[in-house]
Write a protein that binds this ligand. Sequence first.
Ligand code: ATP
Ligand code: MG
Length: 288
Amino acid sequence: MSSIIKISGLTFVYQGSKVPALDQINMDVKQGDFIGIIGPTGAGKTTLALCMNGVIPHFYPGDFYGSVWVDGKDTVENDCAVLAGSIGSVFQDPEAQMVAMVVEDELAFGLENLNLPRHEMERRITEALEITGISHLRYHSTSRLSGGQKQRVAIASAIALHPKILVLDEPTSELDPQGTEIVYDTLKNLNENHGITIIVIEQKIQYLAQYCSRLMVMDKGKIVIEGSCREVLARQDILKPLGINCPPVTQLAHMLKERGLYHGEYPLKVDEAYMVISKVLQDWGNFK
Ligand SMILES: Nc1ncnc2c1ncn2[C@@H]1O[C@H](COP(=O)(O)OP(=O)(O)OP(=O)(O)O)[C@@H](O)[C@H]1O
Ligand SMILES: [Mg+2]
């Protein structure tokens, strides 16, 4: 499959800093991927997201080496407005992203720069609200929405621009578990049914394990490990020292493996853990 983002030898040093925030990053994102990025504070996750949408190098001074290609566009040669047609961004604080008083106007705001005919704007707003499951909020005041609803409005605003990629930097950090799940289900729908490539930075590993196709772990400006969720979560030796605890279902399998009771794949979800336990109990029964 073709690469939709290709990053080669990316190093970025913020102006005034001696240490690179990103250090020789290579990354290849395929169209349709759902990638999770995790890592300790200061690892460079946000800086990497800002390099993807072009905010770096266009708005942050610093030393930029290597190349970032997004949907066939070099981010150094193309400004953020051009890149916004390919990559949408959603950040941590939904409040800070809101500019309008009413949901519909919030979506229209981003579209105004595209100089679309009125009926096309209308169509895109209706479509984006439908896809994110918030059509009923169209005429609601943005100030009265819950955190989860605000984040869905932010996602709807981003996808109204018809990007091929969505990069989200800790989109659920301000949300309760219910709001978090709604946001992840929305992302799953965008990915599976609308072909949008998703890159999400997240601290809560259980959501990454549940929803992502690939995981990337960052530390000190580098990607220390990447692969399928199962491959990455199997590397407790790398994750633990970085303070990343695996989801409880994966930890359970790890403990069973350490005791020689289980030898199969790591479960990522509760129903998979149920299968693991059933298998262990069955083997144990046979052994007795
Ligand atoms: N505007 C800035 N100017 C100078 N240094 C910065 C700036 N923003 C971030 N840094 C530094 O760059 C490094 C990477 O920061 P970044 O915010 O990308 O990490 P992060 O992985 O997103 O961390 P967190 O989990 O806390 O959000 C850190 O050492 C940070 O102090
Ligand atoms: Mg960050």
